[in-house]
Design a protein around this ligand. Structure first.
Ligand code: C5P
Length: 229
């Protein structure tokens, strides 16, 4: 079944934890990204763990193999359950990170191509490929290096499933329940569609955190996922 991860895009712990406490049992997973982690530090992960929650530490590590594998180890040591690296760090980095994650008992996924990169942006860094070709290439590289999944847009789900198989983990942002605002997301999919396409996790931020009633918003998405099994 597809699981819901709520993105805690806040700059202080109090606002983040207020949302978590409001949501209650409808969501088990929370994403802590660069904004919140840089402002607050590891204590936010510990606060979430104290509430019985699972934590996706979205730091998108990208560095030399030794540094990244140690960062993955540190993510596990502070209690994160899932973390990520940039697949463009290459074979040696992905392999080292994958081994560190297995050893430390943390789930690891890789970011292929940032959704803010289009063909012109890729060309500007010397890559004459389409984003789709690069996503496929990096997903395959990720898998061949022993990293069990990727972060991908909902629209990339079918190609990732075909290329890497049904057991490959997919973490999918850009999700909007029917009728909710797209905000700045351009390529969106509903929770039900993402579940039908086989997403392992969906990441949802503003449709929950900015809702009048975050608990109801999260519960509705969780119910949709449960019925899309
Ligand atoms: O509020 P919203 O649902 O758009 O939040 C989505 C979350 O997923 C944000 O934390 C955003 O940074 C993250 N994300 C994304 N698109 C990507 C990768 C991450 O929206 N390609």
């Amino acid at each position: 079944m597809t699981e819901l991860i709520t993105a805690l895009d806040y700059s202080d712990a109090q606002s983040a934890l207020k949302t978590v406490d409001l949501i209650g049992p409808s969501c088990q997973w929370y994403k802590v990204g660069k904004e919140l982690f840089t402002a607050v530090g590891p204590s936010i992960v510990q606060e979430l763990k104290a509430r019985g929650k699972k934590v996706f530490l979205d730091m998108k590590f990208h560095d030399i193999p030794n540094t990244v594998s140690k960062a993955v180890h540190s993510a596990a040591a502070i209690g994160a359950d899932l973390c990520n690296v940039h697949a463009s760090g290459g074979t040696a980095m992905l392999t080292a990170a994958g081994q560190a994650a297995k050893k430390a008992g943390i789930l690891l996924v890789a970011v292929t191509v940032l959704t803010s990169m289009d063909e012109a942006e890729l060309a500007s860094i010397g890559l004459s490929v389409t984003p789709q070709e690069q996503v496929k290439r990096l997903a395959l590289l990720t898998q061949s290096c022993g990293v069990p999944g990727v972060v991908c847009s909902a629209l990339e789900l079918p190609v990732i499933r075909t290329t890497c198989g049904a057991d490959f983990i997919t973490v999918v942002p850009g999700i909007r329940p029917a009728g909710s605002s797209a905000d700045d997301q351009k390529r969106i999919m509903t929770p039900a569609q993402a579940a039908q396409q086989g997403a392992t996790y969906i990441v949802v931020g503003r449709p929950i955190t900015k809702a009048d009633n975050p608990a109801e918003a999260a519960a509705a998405i969780a119910a949709t996922l449960a019925s899309s099994r």
